[in-house]
Every structure is written in C-alpha cells, then in structure tokens.
Design a binder for this molecule. Structure first.
Ligand code: ATP
Ligand code: MG
Length: 137
C-alpha cells in the first residue's frame, strides 16, 4: 500500500470544493487515513514548497498557500501517488485531461485547487510535515 499527501488549496476551500475533491478520491477507491483543516503561515508554506525556492513563482505560490485555510489529507491505496495525480490532472489546467479536478475547476496555473505528492520520497516528507503518527489511522 502506498500513501500520498493531498491538499485542497485555499482557492478550493474558498469556493466550496472540499466535498467535490473528497467525493472524487473516495469514488476512485483511495482511502482517507488522516484529515484536518489548517491555515499555514508564510514560513510553513515556504518550508512545504522548499524544493521550489529558486523558481520565479515561489513568492507568489507561498503567499497564495498561506492566504487562507487548506484541507490536508493522507490518502492510502495501491499506486495512490499516481492515481491521485491522475485525478488532479496536469499542473496547468489548460493541459489537464477532461474530467480531472484541475480541468474542471482551476482558474489559473497557480490557483489549481489541489496538491498531490509526486513521488514516494516527497510523499513521506510531506506527510511528516503535517501529521504525527497518532493522527494517521
Ligand atoms: P503541486 O505540487 O501543487 O501538487 P504540481 O506538482 O502539479 O503541483 P509543481 O511543479 O510542483 O506542480 O508546482 C507547484 C505549484 O506551483 C503548482 O501546483 C502551482 O500552484 C504553482 N505553479 C507551478 N508552475 C507555475 C507557474 N509557471 N506559474 C505560477 N504558478 C506555478
Ligand atoms: Mg508538485
């Protein structure tokens, strides 16, 4: 079984899309084994996206990610990382496949509703960033 970290980003929470994201991932057969709502500080968002610190969009992205509450979840299932990224669609919603979360709901490349880990090592880092072992079922 594989685990991945999912975030409903501030735009998704603000627009009332928590239930829609949860419905889609549960329908896909991914199991939620941890879940909470948090409002990250700028420093917490910078730590989370540290891999992107040299990218031109880093400041804008971390401002956005700390602009309001987000819902963080740990998902579990066979190939959970790839299956959840398939549900999300490409980073840029204009390139995302029909029927994906980003294609259906994203409004800008940055405001793309959801985050999902991209590999087992980043999933382990990201899950540990938000959850301790007592919070994961
Ligand atoms: P995420 O890590 O949020 O799941 P991703 O893995 O599809 O998304 P990354 O390349 O890791 O994409 O980029 C992280 C986030 O940074 C994107 O989801 C998006 O919000 C933002 N982003 C990526 N590229 C750009 C860009 N060119 N301009 C503005 N924002 C961007
Ligand atoms: Mg990423």
């Amino acid at each position: 079984m594989e685990r991945t970290l999912s975030i409903v980003k501030p735009d998704g929470v603000e627009r009332g899309l928590i239930g829609e994201v949860v419905r889609r991932l549960e329908k896909e057969g991914l199991k939620i084994i941890a879940m909470k709502m948090i409002h990250m500080t700028r420093a917490q968002a910078e730590g989370f996206y540290a891999v992107h610190r040299e990218r031109p969009f880093f400041e804008s992205l971390t401002t956005f990610m700390s602009s309001g509450p987000v819902v963080v979840m740990v998902l579990e299932g066979e190939d959970a990382i790839l299956r959840y990224r398939t549900l999300m669609g490409a980073t840029n919603y204009k390139d995302a496949a029909e029927g994906t979360i980003r294609r259906d709901f994203a409004t800008e490349i940055e405001r793309n509703v959801v985050h999902g880990s991209d590999a087992p090592d980043t999933a382990a880092f990201e899950i540990g960033y938000f959850f301790n072992s007592f919070e994961i079922m």
